[in-house]
Design a protein around this ligand. Structure first.
Ligand SMILES: NC(=O)c1ccc[n+]([C@@H]2O[C@H](COP(=O)([O-])OP(=O)(O)OC[C@H]3O[C@@H](n4cnc5c(N)ncnc54)[C@H](O)[C@@H]3O)[C@@H](O)[C@H]2O)c1
Length: 363
């Protein structure tokens, strides 16, 4: 299998002053000083000390209102028609321009989509400001907009030229955001033995609410990029393993409006359960891994709300991109740490497993 060189490259900064200096020196791939455009989450601007001064390093700075509603054709249209932003944005010499997506996953997905289509493509630097984005969504090159109530219907693969991890942007987040990231952190740990080991090191010490993400970030990102490098455009099947925990996770995210990371966390317990039911995990292994998810990552298998009715669940499982057609779903199971398996399962089998996992699917 040929390996594709990833364009993603990681830079780590402790302070905003260091990041600001890197912005000032940012060049195009042709070596010319770049025209730097910041698209940033307004909330970050309000919450992070020194952010206004950081913005001064950019040639143009455009505030965005983050969240799922940002990831829409309406907000793309609104941005490109905004009399305060559009004239300067549309006049940019795009081959000399670098877009910076400064925010959580919604900003990264939206600005990534814009960068990949704006005048047929502008260089992008992802600067995640939530733990979830720093651990997961800023890496791997997926961009997305939601359409007609469906998530991520429009999207492109546009790997960032670089991804910058800036501690000053990440460290002030509320505790709930750190907790939200634990699902994706635990997912990478289950998929990669090296990450699993790092999660047990003293630096990453668990606090009951999960592991400390900052010291783990480079390792987590490299683990994701190793998977992406084998299948950058999700054509060979390997990248599917990153969907561990996402089959149920996406359903819970959409129907109970749970944060993505929390929904994936519950989905991981379900993935272990299905793996045990399907004979991939021995009973002892299953219980140990389940306990680890709770103790190490502060996760819980409890679904906080009522599942949708059976016909709705069936539609959602089959409507997901993980569907294989003819009533089958490509479910990511586990034979052990670092040993994911793609299981083709009928939706009926999946619903039976879910029934036993939760005991409460309404008819
Ligand atoms: N492209 C991918 O590969 C990929 C992968 C996973 C998830 N996603 C997408 O990511 C999105 C979820 O990401 P998210 O949780 O980062 O969402 P988000 O961008 O909506 O941010 C969540 C909240 O955190 C706030 N916030 C951001 N930075 C902050 C900071 N430093 N301090 C305090 N508050 C801050 C935001 O204003 C927002 O209210 C979803 O749209 C999901 O589909 C994409």
């Amino acid at each position: 299998m040929t390996r594709t060189r990833l364009k993603d490259s990681l830079q780590v900064f402790e302070s905003l002053a260091q990041a600001r200096s890197a912005v000032s020196q940012c060049r195009t791939s042709a070596g010319v000083l770049a025209i730097r455009v910041a698209f940033y989450d307004r909330v970050v601007a309000a919450k992070v000390p020194g952010f206004q001064s950081f913005l001064k390093a950019f040639d143009l700075a455009i505030p965005l209102r983050s969240g799922e509603s940002l990831k829409s054709l309406d907000s793309l249209q609104a941005l490109l028609a905004d009399p305060r932003q559009a004239p300067r944005l549309l006049a940019l010499p795009t081959r000399q321009t670098v877009f910076f997506a400064i925010g959580g996953g919604s900003v990264g997905d939206f600005v990534g989509f814009l960068a990949s289509t704006f005048h047929r493509g502008v260089a992008l630097i992802q600067v995640p400001t939530t733990w979830l984005a720093a651990v997961d969504s800023a890496h791997g090159g997926k961009t997305a907009l939601n359409v007609g109530g469906f998530k991520n219907v429009l999207g492109t693969f546009h790997p960032p030229r670089e991804t910058w991890l800036v501690h000053a942007l990440l460290k002030g987040q509320p505790e709930a955001r750190r907790q939200e990231a634990q699902g994706e952190i635990a997912k990478m740990a289950l998929l990669d033995r090296r990450v699993w080991k790092s999660c047990t090191q003293p630096l990453a010490a668990a606090t009951g609410a999960g592991v400390a993400p900052w010291p783990l970030l480079p390792e987590l990102v490299q683990a994701k990029l190793r998977v992406v490098a084998r299948d950058p455009r999700e054509e060979r099947g390997h990248r599917r393993i990153l969907n561990l925990g996402h089959t149920l996770g996406h359903v819970l995210e959409a129907s109970l409006e749970l944060p993505h990371g929390n929904a994936v966390g519950i989905g991981l317990f379900f993935a272990l359960w299905v793996s045990w039911c399907e004979g991939l995990l021995a009973t002892r292994q299953f219980f140990e891994l389940e306990q680890d998810l709770m103790d190490r990552f502060g996760l819980s298998p409890r679904i906080p709300g009522r599942l949708p009715k059976r016909p709705v669940l069936r539609r959602k499982f089959l409507g997901d991109k993980k569907s294989l057609g003819s009533g089958q779903v490509a479910f990511v199971g586990l034979r052990g740490i670092g040993k994911p398996v793609i299981l083709p399962l009928s939706v009926d089998t999946l619903l039976t497993h879910l029934d036993h996992f939760n005991g409460d699917i309404p008819e």
